[in-house]
Design a protein around this ligand. Sequence first.
Ligand code: 5AD
Ligand code: SF4
Length: 473
Amino acid sequence: MNRCAKTEVPAELLKEQERYTQLAKAKVAEIYYGRTPKYHVHSYGCQLNVSDGEKLKGQLEAMGYVETGAVEDADFVIYNTCAVRENAEDRAFGNLGALKNQKRRRPSMLIAICGCMTQQQHNADRIKKSFPFVDIVFGTHAMYRLPEMVCSRLMGRGRVFETEENNCDIVEGMPVHRDSGFKAWLPIMYGCDNFCSYCIVPYVRGRERSRRPEEVVKEARQIVEGGYKEIMLLGQNVNSYGVGLEENINFSELLRRIDAIEGDYRIRFMTSHPKDCTRELIDTIAESKHVCHHIHLPVQCGSNRILKLMNRRYTVEKYIELIDYAREKIPDVTFTSDIIVGFPGETYEDFCLTLELLKRVRFNALYTFIYSKREGTVAAKMEDPIPYEDKSRWFRELLAVQEEIAESYYRNMVGKRVRVLPEELGKTEGTITGRDDGNNIVNIKAPESLIGSFVEVDIDTAFNWAVGGTVAE
Ligand code: 5AD
Ligand code: SF4
């Protein structure tokens, strides 16, 4: 595998971008004389993309823009796209098309599209040809050069395309605008080398590369000192953290170093690949002070034959062994998972093995997907004879099984006391909602003022997707 030898973008190149930021800022002030221009950044897909989106926002703010939630008010719109499934791509193209009239009414506005989708040649070509009103198109690796691209466009040069493949870089020290005041994303690594046969990520995000532990721990400390209550460590496969670094370090050791930071906060992480999830990691979680007792461990399916075709490199038996070990070491541990229904060649019998696995493991929540063909992946070339309607029917069957499991899990929570970090207003008046340390959604009858700080909650109600309760006396 061709690993990246030197991965960090040199400080001089970042300094150069700071100069472009100042140039862009002066130009923006001239164009929008007398008012502050607004930006709207929308990130599709996974948390890593949302985290990238916060860096785009940080850069735009340094150039003098302020955020607006309303795309129709924006002078600069960036769609940060996802390529994992076709429907995310369709939504991005749909939303982009809808900007055409806005640009006609307001020619000075800027429109940019970036992220995983633009990293695929056919999408970059389609944007070039069919969306001529898009000013800037850039891939995941070019994100740190946004100021330079904005300058170029504002100075009246042509449309900017920066989508070539050079995705080995790590950029430290970019400005970041965190969306939340109490939850912080912390990417620890980028890219993926696993090449699961259905997945486009290794092609659009490039080779796996880890941030140096000093940088990660420094940022974690800043987050805790900034009063944040939750750190979410991010990577496509956090369990292979450290491969290729000068220092000999693995994910368990990184967790221990972060956990050693004093403070009132909790640590989450995602995503764990079962093939690299070790007993050491489970022991580390058990012994830690701040790490949540929740593991998101995508199994994808319950048939060994399909797991092999997926190139997942573990078996159902190995997966269950891990779950059992974790439950022995951490009695209150919870699991969530990702499931793909309708992988090429999957039969109803294979699918039934997935249902069996769900009943055996009893995940407290699932992220479920119908297989989506991604051009360029190995699975895209496989025979896929099952009609979509059948896959949809299996999918509904899966949801019904999971709903029953989750419901009974939530009924068992009634009467228990859990710690929750409320995140937002609930759907009904007088309620707020957040997640407990096991990642369960908890609705609380409590005032808005409690959002953003830990509360102990007595659970008194079970729904089929969450629980409800009141603040403990
Ligand atoms: N089709 C459907 N689901 C997919 N995922 C990744 N690629 C595909 C695809 N081609 C799902 C996997 C992964 C999650 C992030 O997205 O379940 O774990
Ligand atoms: Fe895709 Fe597999 Fe990498 Fe996850 S581990 S990003 S599913 S290739």
